[in-house]
Design a protein around this ligand. Structure first.
Ligand SMILES: Nc1ncnc2c1ncn2[C@@H]1O[C@H](COP(=O)(O)OP(=O)(O)O)[C@@H](O)[C@H]1O
Ligand SMILES: [Mg+2]
Length: 230
């Protein structure tokens, strides 16, 4: 699925948080959005998923203008969202967390449940466990699994490695790598090496503006470090 962000602005009250952001993601491509805390990454993703209303600009999916679409329609239209901090339902079981999303997408495609449990075997092992009792890394896998229940054509992830142990970072990296080429991916990340491994293209935000962009293979840690916290 092709995504185009064109001259997107956003304000929190009188404070401008996004300044004429533009970038595109091609079909099956992975774009990583980098930038330090407060740069505007989450705000950008929330404008894309319809949780915030931009004050200017346009968002198109495969050429269709979705700027005025409500969030649920974007979700049904193929955008899967893994929010920062995971936002799983902690009082529900792992299975219930997955089934809520599965049923919200019609509940007819039972193969997707097996596919997601194959990608993240821990979800099947922990099926009856309370979401809130999982480790941070397991919760992140659950949040990604939940987003995949609708077979998104664009997967949007907000700092999936934040506070997660290295072996699970590797597992998540392998899953995202396996999805690349099949679906489009917008990955917000502060962990440079993880971002670089996965990126076909990259965009760096600083104070709400795009300050650098290019091909993933040209990402230069030294050059970009002044825009990153780590
Ligand atoms: N709900 C909000 N109300 C007012 N300002 C906000 C709100 N959420 C974020 N901001 C501000 O918007 C800017 C961008 O925040 P955010 O998009 O969360 O950045 P990032 O995800 O890159 O860390 C920051 O200056 C932040 O303080
Ligand atoms: Mg953020």
């Amino acid at each position: 699925m092709q995504l185009a962000i064109e001259n997107l602005d956003h304000h929190y009250g009188s404070a401008q948080s996004l300044r004429s952001i533009s970038f595109e993601i091609g079909d099956g491509q992975c774009l990583t959005l980098l930038g330090r805390n407060g740069a505007g990454k989450t705000t950008m993703l929330r404008c894309l998923t319809g949780l915030l209303k931009p004050s200017g600009g346009r968002i198109t999916l495969d050429g269709t203008d979705i700027t005025a679409w409500p969030s649920f329609r974007r979700c049904r239209g193929g955008i899967g969202y893994v929010p920062q901090g995971r936002e799983i339902f902690s009082d529900l079981s792992v299975g219930e967390n997955l089934l809520i999303s599965y049923k919200a997408h019609g509940g007819k495609d039972s193969a997707v449940l097996d596919e997601v449990c194959e990608m993240f075997p821990v979800l099947r092992q922990m099926w009856r466990r309370r979401g809130g009792d999982l480790s941070g890394g397991q919760q992140q896998q659950l949040a990604i699994g939940r987003a995949l229940m609708g077979r998104p054509r664009l997967l949007v992830l907000d700092e999936p490695t934040e506070g997660i142990q290295p072996n699970i970072v590797k597992a998540i990296e392998a899953v995202i790598a396996s999805l690349k080429g099949r679906i489009s991916i917008l990955l917000v990340e502060q962990y440079f090496d993880f971002a670089q491994t996965l990126a076909d293209r990259y965009v760096v935000l600083n104070r709400g503006s795009v300050v650098a962009a290019g091909a993933g293979k040209d990402m230069d840690k030294n050059e970009l470090s002044r825009f990153l916290s780590i």
